[in-house]
Write a protein that binds this ligand. Structure first.
Ligand code: UN1
Length: 510
């Protein structure tokens, strides 16, 4: 089934939404950079990229703002984030619609994206009254030892098209309550939602009253802008989401100036389906994880490792799901799979499927659809590919809705397959057996940063730490204690004894 097409008056609608969200018309009506909607390939805006002088200026203002912001009490900084969350709540429908238009997410996922921003803001508001350190036993009489957490500096945030605003919010909400200031380089494919988010940020700043100028700036631009964030000594931390190649290029440069980095570089995520798996639930979980967001989440399920006893039953059900999933205009409530972001994404999908076929894969789906309605957009039917084994193409991340399926016999074999890829982001096991679930989560189980049971690898909540190992980059963002990465830990030893005992019994009497 293909969902029906809607009237494509997208440029006009995008302009109305942008104005309503507080973005000045001149920001998106003229400029050399054209922005196209993946819904129909239509040009929806023309923006101006920043030049290096403007980018330097933004970093300088952020550095200046930091000197003020770091001294604002943390709960008051939390109040700023609370106001931001109010703006996001009020603008949720419009911002979500703009996400749908610019990134091609289906309506509920666009709304989910903004909800994720609201959720991390709420988390950060609570955190703003915590940020607690420890008091630690000291060996010296009349002394106290403790740790305090202090603001770090300017945080550079580089985001990708697939979570074009939520990932900024994960970083921004924490960075702000931690006393830092921000410079944001959004994906070149999705600057409009970033400009809209910045306008909401400025509304929150106006209501807050005395927020320093330059607290957060968005820099629309390409690789050169990202590189400026990486090279500038005033930027203490760069949090970057994108390809492993991008991470490999920037990580050593940040390390060479001892700046911090949080890298979130994609995944090649697997699910293991055991013989005891509850199959109804498993099929639904697989469908969302593998086909949702048109396979363009870094947590998308890309590899399915199925016990041979349930293989035929599960594959039968999956084939039905793949044959009937509605692909179509993401504005249409009936569609569950929207378009790929652009032609390059489609070409990468085609190339991967050709390679899989050559390696012995049996492919269901994967063809381009809706070409008559949307000749300049790239809608595909998600592909279900039965593979004879974990070949090279399976071991590579292709950012498209392709699910490779393989068989296993023993859990050891399944875990080995799960781990035998370069990335280490998310993984799942479907089982009714406690021993299998525990084994998958154990030290010698999945080597990923996210290890789930009876739930797919994608769609993480903000309360947990998000990120993964190996080629995923090792960073953790969002919940748990990730806030600590946005702060400087100071160990304080205070002597109230009136004497000067040295640690480790050292004597140094003059
Ligand atoms: C990403 O794809 O870059 O777990 C982030 C998820 C989301 C975040 C994905 N909450 O799918």
């Amino acid at each position: 089934m293909e969902a029906r097409a809607l009237d494509p008056g997208l440029a006009g609608e995008a302009a109305t939404l942008l104005r309503k969200l507080g973005v000045q018309s001149q920001t998106f009506e003229r400029g050399p950079v054209t922005i196209r909607s993946p819904i129909n390939g239509e040009i929806i805006a023309r923006v101006d990229g920043v030049d290096s002088a403007a980018a330097h200026g933004a970093i300088a203002r952020a550095a200046k703002a930091f000197r003020i912001w770091r001294n604002v009490p943390a709960p008051r900084r939390g109040e700023f984030v609370r106001l931001l969350s109010e703006e996001l709540r009020a603008a949720k429908t419009e911002l979500a619609r703009l996400v749908t238009i610019e990134a091609g997410k289906i309506t509920t996922e666009g709304l989910g994206e903004v909800q994720e921003m609201i959720d991390i803001c709420d988390f950060a508001v609570g955190l703003s009254r915590q940020l607690h350190g420890l008091t630690i036993a000291t060996e010296r009489r009349g002394h106290r030892m403790m740790e305090t957490w202090r603001p770090l500096g300017v945080v550079g945030v580089i985001t990708s098209f697939n979570f074009p605003v939520a990932v900024w919010a994960w970083n921004a909400a924490l960075a702000l309550v931690c006393g830092n200031t921000l410079v944001w380089k959004p994906s070149e494919k999705t600057p409009l939602v970033a400009l809209a988010t910045q306008a909401l940020f400025e509304r929150a700043a106006a209501r807050f009253g005395d927020a320093p100028e330059g607290l957060s700036t968005v820099l629309v631009g390409g690789r050169d802008v990202g590189e400026m964030l990486v090279e500038d000594a005033r930027v203490q931390l760069v949090s970057a989401t994108g390809s492993t190649a991008m991470g490999r290029a920037i990580a050593p440069r940040l390390a060479s100036r001892f700046a911090r980095s949080i890298l979130e570089l994609g995944g090649n995520n697997a699910a293991v389906v055991c013989a005891s798996a509850p199959l109804d639930l498993t099929v639904r979980a697989i469908a969302f994880a593998a086909m949702g967001t048109a396979g363009q989440r870094c947590t998308t399920l890309r590899r399915l490792i199925v016990h041979e006893d349930v293989y035929d039953d599960l594959l039968g059900r999956l084939r039905r799901a793949y044959a009937t999933v509605p692909v179509g205009d993401p504005r249409d409530g009936a569609a569950l799979v929207g378009p790929l972001i652009d032609q390059n994404a489609y070409a990468a999908m085609r190339a991967a499927l050709d390679e899989a076929r050559a390696a012995g894969g049996a492919i269901l789906g994967g063809e381009r659809v809706l070409t008559e309605t949307f000749p300049d957009a790239f809608y595909v039917r998600p592909a279900l590919v039965e593979m004879p084994g974990q070949t090279d193409v399976v071991r590579r991340e292709t950012f498209a809705p392709i699910l490779y399926v393989m068989k296993f016999r023993s859990l050891d074999e399944a875990i080995a397959l799960n781990n035998d890829v370069a990335h280490g982001l998310a993984s799942s096991i479907f089982t009714a057996r406690l021993d299998e679930a525990e084994r998958f989560m154990a030290a010698d189980g999945s080597d990923c940063g996210i290890v789930n049971v009876n739930i797919g690898p994608s769609g993480a909540e903000i309360g947990g730490a998000f990120g993964g190992e190996k080629d995923t980059g090792g960073g953790r963002e969002a919940g748990s204690d990730c806030w600590k990465f946005y702060m400087r830990r100071a160990t304080n030893t205070i002597n109230y004894s009136g004497e000067l005992p040295l640690a480790q019994g050292v004597k140094f009497d003059l």
